[in-house]
Design a protein. Structure first.
Length: 366
């Protein structure tokens, strides 16, 4: 079975109400990547219903989370990007939304509230999926970054509605498949971010493919702590399983040899590590980077991430970058256009490249 791409669908079949799934995490980047799909559908669809999520709210919702993670603010961003009015529906009762969508005038663009405010969404609940599907005539997934999650708006609803991959989703599969099939060695992987426990399964799957794996950020803090280095109050996971401990015995994995600190907190790699990491990167023919390797948001501690970002940008290797914070960093350093492919996915990109079939891709294969 193969994915049906929006680009291959006859235009006459795109009338009616389109439901477009996007991911509102990671600033504007992921929305911007979905714009070509929105602009195309504006020409042919009668209405567009935009569904998506932001953050990981705990249910039942508290007032603070509701205010911080509501998609109401995204109405302005979407309206500015599309150049027209966007109607926001703040109800999380999908049946009420259905009535409002049917009453909306032709050519309306309608944004629903954060789907993760609905209990069934993250459980991939079939009934939630069925009701979501009833809100339109066809579905377009433009949330590659969320397609490693079995959520109702990614998986369950596709059983009840014609479902297609959007233009950027298609680009993600095309470019990442190219890496899978034609990646030239040496392959260097760079991992940063917060939790080593969430990255360990992916690192293990990549291990045989990669020549060197460079680890920074809080991931490195955890490994340093486990190897006996005093890390003070640095962000780290101090209780991990045996799989994480095994990483310390793997000779392809490289952790920082020196550090930049603020008080007793590790916030960046040190100058010696910069040189060591750069040497591995300069010898690579394929580079995959996910996660900043220091607290780049804080002045004085962006040095490591910036220097690594620059050397990756300057290399002649095929370069793939992904993940919300990584994209935020390369945009800050004005390097976004210097890489061969910038993926909207973080975890989704890594799981795809590790050879896993993403739930969101399976759901589109009919």
């Amino acid at each position: 079975m193969a994915i049906t791409y929006l680009s291959k669908i006859p235009k006459k079949k795109l009338t009616g109400t389109a439901i477009v799934r996007v991911d509102f995490n990671g600033g504007l980047f992921r929305l911007e990547k979905a714009i070509n799909t929105f602009k195309y559908l504006e020409k042919y669809a009668d209405k567009i219903v935009v569904i998506g999520h932001k953050g990981r709210p705990t249910l039942p919702l508290n007032k603070k989370e509701k205010e911080e993670l509501s998609l109401e603010f995204e109405t302005k961003n979407l309206s500015r990007l599309l150049g027209g009015k966007v109607i926001f529906l703040d109800s999380i009762k999908l049946s009420e939304n259905g009535n409002d969508i049917r009453r909306a005038p032709k050519k309306s663009i309608i944004l629903l509230e954060n789907l993760r405010f609905i209990k069934g969404e993250m459980e991939n609940d079939e009934e939630t999926g069925r009701i979501l599907a009833s809100l339109g005539d066809y579905y377009v997934n433009e949330a590659f970054a969320a397609s490693h999650r079995e959520n109702s708006s990614v998986c369950a609803m596709t059983k009840y509605i014609k479902s297609y991959a959007g233009f950027n989703f298609e680009e993600e599969i095309k470019n990442l498949s190219l890496v899978l099939k034609k990646a030239k060695k040496p392959i260097v992987l760079i991992f940063g971010g917060a939790k080593i426990t969430s990255k360990t399964p992916v690192i293990m799957k990549f291990y045989n493919k990669a020549d060197n794996i460079l680890i920074g950020g809080a991931l490195a803090n955890t490994l340093l702590y486990l190897s006996g280095v005093k890390i003070g109050n640095s962000l780290a996971e101090k209780h991990v399983d045996s799989a994480v401990l095994r990483l310390l015995q793997m000779d392809k994995i490289h952790i920082p040899s020196d550090l930049r600190k603020s008080g007793n907190k590790i916030l960046d790699i040190g100058p010696k590590t910069e040189v060591e990491f750069k040497n591995y990167i300069k010898g690579a023919k394929t580079i995959i980077w996910n996660g900043p390797i220091g607290m780049f948001e804080k002045k004085g501690f962006e040095i490591g991430t910036k220097s690594i970002a620059k050397v990756i940008a300057d290399t002649k290797a095929f370069t793939v970058v992904g993940g919300g914070e990584t994209i935020e960093a390369i945009r800050k350093f004005k390097l976004e256009k210097k890489y061969d492919f910038v993926s909207t996915g973080g975890g989704a990109m890594l799981e795809f490249l590790a050879g896993d079939k993403l739930p969101g891709i399976k759901a589109l294969e009919k």
